[in-house]
Design a protein around this ligand. Structure first.
Ligand code: C5P
Length: 205
């Protein structure tokens, strides 16, 4: 069975948590596509040209432990604006989406560019302040010494770059279900996502 769930949205909106929960609930494979761009960004910081980094990306690049730092977040969003980087990563994502047994992909352009035919499309969002607070908590928990105001600035800068780039800008697909997690506990947002998937899956099977 092929069944694709596309989950898009800005940084720290809760996409990853929701995507993992949906994948686990239905036994689908999960791909955090942000990791692909983070891995390219990391390799660029290490000195590899962006197009080569994207074209030769290996599994070991996306399982590195140092992909969640603010420096890599920024590098990822810069390389993500390059059409040659995006095009090198399309096929891998599309093949993942079509794998037998169902797949959940989360990112910025899954419902609009990578899988416009996805059975379920969700766009998860929240205010920049709420997202920055969540990201700041994650970073401080992981031992990074960062100011919340700086995280907010970084989040806004990344939103702006991701939404205004020419190639595959961040935006909801016309037929996406919007999920605003600003005032919604993560369990409720996850339940809503699971219900959307269950409904469409029930119609299909
Ligand atoms: O989701 P995450 O914050 O890990 O993504 C890091 C960066 O990768 C984003 O800011 C965005 O620029 C880029 N990205 C993208 N398209 C995707 C996933 C991530 O452009 N599908």
């Amino acid at each position: 069975m092929q069944f694709t769930v596309a989950i898009d949205g800005p940084a720290a909106a809760g996409k990853g948590t929701i995507a993992r929960a949906v994948a686990q609930r239905f036994g689908f494979a999960h791909l955090d596509t942000g990791l692909l761009y983070r891995a390219v960004g990391r390799r660029v910081l290490d000195g590899t040209p962006a197009d080569i980094a994207a074209a030769t990306l290996k599994h070991r690049d996306i399982t590195r432990e140092d992909l969640r730092t603010p420096e890599v977040s920024d590098a990822a969003s810069q390389v993500a604006a390059l059409p040659e980087v995006r095009s090198a990563l399309v096929l891998f994502q599309q093949e993942f989406a079509k794998r037998d047994g169902g797949a959940v992909l989360d990112g910025r352009d899954i419902g609009t560019v990578i899988c416009p035919e996805a059975e379920v499309k969700l766009f998860v969002t929240a205010s920049a302040e709420v997202r920055a607070h969540r990201r700041w908590l994650e970073l401080t928990k992981a031992g990074h010494d960062v100011e919340e105001a700086q995280v907010l600035e970084d989040v806004k800068e990344r939103d702006e770059r991701d939404s205004t780039r020419k190639d595959a800008p961040l935006r909801p697909a016309d037929d996406a279900t919007l999920l605003d997690t600003s005032d919604l506990p993560v369990e409720e947002a996850t339940d809503a996502a699971i219900q959307s998937v269950a409904r469409i899956l029930g119609e299909k099977t």
